[in-house]
Ligand binder design. Structure first.
Ligand code: CA
Ligand code: CA
Length: 119
């Protein structure tokens, strides 16, 4: 049996983006953020679980700073972290970045709570 988990809520600078439960092993969501004067993004990442289980989750944040459609360029991996509780932190938008940027959050469970039946 597997414990189902998913990204439940992501908050950028106090604005929540709720996400649906897709019962996925690998869960991600994308947000569009408009660069403002502060350039500091405070985030909160929250996982949802079925039942009363709490798992340690592996979180990654990517930002397409150079707007070329991928998240693979220098500095575009903003965060890699594990946490069993809602994860809070902040990152800074590079000086040269302007306008709207695409940010992807990926969550996978870091624990081995079950045998996965699909990949
Ligand atoms: Ca890129
Ligand atoms: Ca690229």
């Amino acid at each position: 049996m597997c414990i189902r988990d998913s990204i439940k809520r992501i908050t950028w600078n106090g604005t929540p983006y709720s996400t649906g439960n897709n019962n996925g092993y690998r869960d991600f969501t994308e947000s569009i953020i408009t660069v403002s004067e502060s350039r500091i993004i405070n985030y909160q990442l929250e996982a949802g679980f079925a039942g009363n289980y709490v798992l340690t989750e592996y979180w990654m944040i990517y930002a397409d700073w150079n707007k070329d459609g991928d998240f693979e360029d220098e500095g575009e991996n903003v965060l890699k972290a594990t946490s069993a509780i809602p994860l809070t932190g902040s990152f800074t938008i590079p000086q040269q970045v302007k306008g709207k940027i695409r940010i992807r959050v990926i969550m996978t469970d870091a624990g081995k709570m079950c045998i996965r039946d699909r990949y």
